[in-house]
Design a protein around this ligand. Structure first.
Ligand code: SF4
Length: 205
């Protein structure tokens, strides 16, 4: 908490803000709150959205890790009582960090840890002015999300490097261990990619 407060007060610079989890619309929470971190001077929880408001404008870079933080994810699926959304939708698509970067998006449910560490390493080199940081039009590190495929015949295009990189040090990965790709890295997951689990009218209960 002390580090967050220092960063919010402009006493910790430079810093990178990393968010995991969806951003909730706290205006829907009534007298309560959906997510909190630390307490204010009245002993009330401080919503995560307030921390984002305080920290994002001061960060040299902002990373959203996981499909919840990038696109809203499962909390933003049909119904969405909390108004859950991804960080780019919360900050606005025109948001730029102090280093003039949009939100760096690392989707995945769960996200690939090697992708995260590699992105942080490249980001540090970029901050030092040594390498460019290539992001695609959705703010994803281009070299990590350029592998595209269809998870099933006639299915949507999915961008994810787990089928070629594996889960950790080239070991594991959904399809390589007999699982099925559910398009967890894609905007609109899960609602737009659930033909196998959606109950059609008159279907099995
Ligand atoms: S292969 Fe499919 S299910 Fe597995 S991590 Fe990539 S997008 Fe998600």
């Amino acid at each position: 908490m002390a580090r967050l407060e220092q960063a919010a007060a402009g006493q910790l610079t430079p810093f990178v803000l990393v968010l995991e989890g969806s951003v909730f619309d706290e205006t829907r929470a009534g007298a309560g709150f959906f997510s909190g971190l630390g307490d204010d001077e009245d002993g009330q929880p401080i919503p995560i959205s307030i921390w984002i408001d305080r920290l994002a404008p001061r960060a040299v870079a902002v990373i959203a890790i996981g499909t919840c933080a990038t696109w809203g994810g499962i909390p933003a699926a049909g119904g969405n009582p909390t108004g859950a959304m991804g960080l780019t939708d919360y900050l606005g698509h025109d948001f730029r960090s102090l280093l003039d970067l949009p939100v760096i998006n690392l989707p995945g449910c769960a996200p690939n840890g090697d992708n995260f560490i590699e992105t942080v390493a490249y980001l540090f080199l970029h901050i030092a002015g040594i390498v460019p940081l290539e992001l695609d039009d959705l703010g994803r590190p281009r070299w990590l999300y350029s592998h595209s495929f269809q998870p099933y015949d006639g299915g949507p295009e999915v961008r994810c490097n787990v089928p070629v990189r594996g889960w950790m040090r080239r070991v594991g990965g959904c399809a390589t261990v007999g699982g099925r790709c559910i398009a967890c890295t894609m905007p609109g997951f899960p609602d737009h990619f659930s033909p196998l689990i959606r109950l059609e009218q008159g279907g099995p209960a």
